[in-house]
Design a protein around this ligand. Structure first.
Ligand code: ZN
Length: 167
């Protein structure tokens, strides 16, 4: 199990979010945001990400086939958002995020938890559809999640909620 709770929070800049918004579909944006967060959380001096595809796509909340995963990574590379992205080898992704650099200025928010990054992105960026939804912390595991209930009274993340139901 990789460490997903960060000792030192990472900063996400407004300028980076502006770039991510231009990459394509919401699913793609969530993946790119997830890759950016993972790259910032890594100890490497460059922006390399080495993580399992499973963890990355799970955190991004993007549920697609492996072939579609490969394709999405390939497209991001072609668009210049990633470099040296190889095919997913033994379920690991190796990429350099924003190879040409994005100059950050204004901090948009901090990230200290690498789980559910897609939900975090959507809560902050999702636009009008999600604007009224707030990001909550799961009472059980502490993971961030978006309350999808109409009454806005959800206490547990979807994973814990599911476990609750089955217990
Ligand atoms: Zn939970």
């Amino acid at each position: 199990m990789p460490l997903q709770i960060l000792k030192n929070p990472i900063q996400i800049f407004k300028e980076e979010l502006d770039v991510i918004k231009t990459c394509g579909s919401m699913r793609k944006q969530k993946l790119l945001f997830t890759l950016l967060c993972y790259s910032k959380a890594s100890d490497a001096t460059n922006n390399w990400v080495t993580a399992s595809a499973r963890d990355l796509f799970k955190s991004a909340g993007v549920n697609i086939t492996v072939a579609e995963q490969n394709n999405m990574i390939y497209e991001l590379k072609e668009q210049g958002f990633l470099r040296n992205s190889k095919k997913i080898i033994s379920n690991n992704i190796f990429v350099d995020v924003f190879p040409d650099g994005v100059v950050g200025g204004e901090v948009a928010f901090d990230i200290e938890d690498l789980r559910s990054l897609g939900a975090v992105y959507q809560a902050y960026i999702g636009g009008s559809a999600m604007a009224h939804k707030t990001l909550k912390k799961c009472r059980c595991c502490g993971a961030p999640f978006i309350d999808s209930s109409t009454k806005n009274n959800q206490l547990y993340c979807p994973v814990c909620q599911e476990q609750e139901k089955n217990s």
